[in-house]
Design a protein around this ligand. Sequence first.
Ligand SMILES: [Zn+2]
Length: 312
Amino acid sequence: MIVDVHYHYMPSMSEEGAARLVKYVMHQAEILGIHAERDALVRKILETWGDPTGEQLIRSMDEGGIDVTVAVTVDHFSRMTAETAQRQNKMLNNVVKRYPGRVIDLAGLDPRRPEAVAMARYYLEDLGMKGLKYHPDHGYHPAGPESYRVLEVLARNKGLLLTHTSPLGPPARNAFSEAALLSDLAVDFPEITIIAAHMNAINWRPWAALAGMQPTLYGDLAMWDNLAFRNYDLFCRELRTIIDLVGAHKVLFGSDAPIHTLLQPINKWGGIIRDLPAKAPAGISFTREEVDLILGGNAMRILNLGKEENML
Ligand SMILES: [Zn+2]
């Protein structure tokens, strides 16, 4: 069973959105040493990322051998209206209903919205969405008062919070996406399962220090494909150290598709994890059990997948 816990669902794609997102993909191409033409990438983004019915998502899952995907939307208080944010979450929820058992939905919600509490209740209680996606890098504290009133709703519904950690380029407000800022959440909202997206990236130790002590905090491997493709040995060393320090049960497979899979298909990334026991460099070893936990076992456990009453 392979579960991707980090997929960006986008019901539609505007020229403006494509122009913004292509900058990230061009940066990724540069990191990976891949020659990429900006205009060709923009065309591909416009053609393939807007996915009103979820067909693209299911096709990419089938092609990549992904059994279940946790799909999120991104809400940005100053960039989109509450109506737009709500519409994209409703469309994601429709995808879940169209493909039962394949997709789990986390609603993008910017807690700075004045109507954020009502929106959280609508997503979690009326639509039955499974949790929320935060982007504190947009400029809010994940444990600030605005967030806390939203997390109270999430805690009541025993939901999942996937929250961005790790620095990004401008305009990201990186001070807010430090994993250490999640520290109080496990204390004040023990009912919420938290996945720190990207595990704080290069600076993963503050995340690991917390995750090792807090039973509700996990991390995902989205964005780590950049390191794995560029410097496989270093990736193996880092992942091995993380597992040695906090355990393989804390790490979940994530792709950041379709953004991260525009240049490299998802099965290449999944294959790197799957093949770790056979291909890790001399002196570093991974067990099949560890890899199975990362690729799907942990997500199954955390999301209660496979249990009759929770099947979507
Ligand atoms: Zn992401």
